[in-house]
Design a protein. Structure first.
Length: 286
C-alpha cells in the first residue's frame, strides 16, 4: 500500500501506561551524512558552527542551497542534492529555534559574502504547513528508531524534518511532548529572492521545486519515534497492571497526528499488562 494512497489517520492512543510515552526524553544522535557537494563544503562547515552569528549561518545555508538548487536535475542522492537537502532542513531548524524565534515568519535579508538574499516563508495551503503551526523542528535523521525496524521513508529533494506542535495552554488530546508530523523543507530561488516552504508529504509526495515537479524527501516513521519508549516495556506493562492505582500515568486519548478532516480516525487501545507502544509497529505499517 502506497503511503500517498492511504486514507487512514492514526489519531489517538489510550492507556494507563502512557507516562512512558509522554515524559521520556528523546535522544538525538549524530548520524552519518551522505557525500556533500565539494564547492559548498566550507559554507556548510561555517553554517554548522555554533560560534558563528545566526545571521551569518543562515546566509551560508542560503548560499549553499542556491549553488546546489540548479543541480537538482542531475539526480536524487547526488552530492549536490544531499547538500541542498541538508541546507534546507538545517536552515529551518536554525531560524525557528534561534533568538526565541524572532527571525521566523517575517521577511528576512541575509548577506553571504558579496551576495544578499531576501527570504520569505510560503503561506499555508493544502500541501504546505502554516509557518507558525509548529513550535519546533527536529531533523528526522536525528531521531533514534528504537522499536521500528523498517522505516517508512521517501527519497527526494528537501530537508526531511519532524514538526512538533506544542502550545500553551495545551490543546485537547495533545500529548505533553506535543503533536508531531512529517515536514519537508524546500527552498526556491528567483535571482536573490528565496522562498522557504514547509511542505506536507502526507498530502503530496511531489512538488514543484526550482521550476520542476520533483519527489519530496520524507520520513514518515520519525514522527512516531519522537515519542521514546521506556527502557523496559515489559516492566512498564506489569507495573501498570499490578499497581494501576499507584502508577502515575495519565489515562486518556492522544493525537499522534494533527487533525485532518479528510482522513478516517483510528483509535488504538492496548490491553492489560501492556503499553501503548505495543501498537507502534502496527501504526508504522499503516
Amino acid at each position: 500500500m502506497k503511503l500517498e494512497d492511504t486514507k487512514i489517520s492514526i489519531r489517538l492512543i489510550a492507556g494507563v501506561t502512557c507516562v512512558a510515552l509522554l515524559t521520556s526524553c528523546a535522544t538525538a544522535p549524530q548520524t552519518a551524512r551522505g557525500p556533500e557537494y565539494a564547492p559548498t563544503a566550507s559554507l556548510m562547515r561555517e553554517a554548522r558552527s555554533a560560534n558563528v552569528p545566526v545571521e551569518k549561518r543562515a546566509a551560508d545555508y542560503l548560499q549553499a542551497a542556491a549553488m546546489t538548487a540548479p543541480l537538482l536535475g542531475t539526480g536524487i542522492g547526488t552530492p549536490a542534492c544531499e547538500t541542498y537537502n541538508a541546507a534546507c532542513g538545517e536552515l529551518t531548524v536554525l531560524l525557528r529555534s534561534s533568538e526565541g524565534g524572532q527571525l521566523w515568519n517575517q521577511p528576512m535579508t541575509f548577506a553571504a559574502n558579496s551576495t544578499t538574499y531576501h527570504l520569505r516563508l510560503e503561506p499555508a495551503s493544502n500541501a504546505v504547513w502554516a509557518p507558525n503551526y509548529f513550535a519546533t523542528f527536529v531533523p528526522a535523521d536525528q531521531i533514534k528508531e528504537k522499536l521500528i525496524r523498517r522505516e517508512n521513508t521517501h527519497e527526494g529533494v528537501g530537508g526531511a524534518l519532524v514538526g512538533v506542535r506544542k502550545v500553551n495552554p495545551p490543546e485537547k488530546f495533545a500529548p505533553p511532548r506535543g503533536i508531531t508530523a512529517p515536514v519537508t523543507a524546500t527552498l526556491d530561488f528567483h535571482a536573490r529572492d528565496a522562498t522557504l516552504a514547509l511542505r506536507r508529504p502526507t498530502k503530496q509526495l511531489s512538488a514543484t521545486v526550482q521550476g520542476k515537479v520533483r519527489p519530496l524527501a520524507a520520513n514518515f516513521s520519525a514522527p512516531l519515534s519522537y515519542y521514546p519508549p521506556p527502557a523496559n516495556l515489559m516492566f512498564a506493562g506489569l507495573l501498570g497492571g499490578f499497581r494501576a492505582t499507584k502508577y502515575p500515568a495519565p489515562t486518556g486519548l492522544y493525537f499522534l497526528q494533527p487533525y485532518d478532516p479528510d482522513r478516517i480516525p483510528l483509535v488504538f487501545v492496548h490491553g492489560l499488562f501492556s503499553t501503548p507502544f505495543d501498537w507502534v509497529k502496527t501504526i508504522n505499517g499503516l
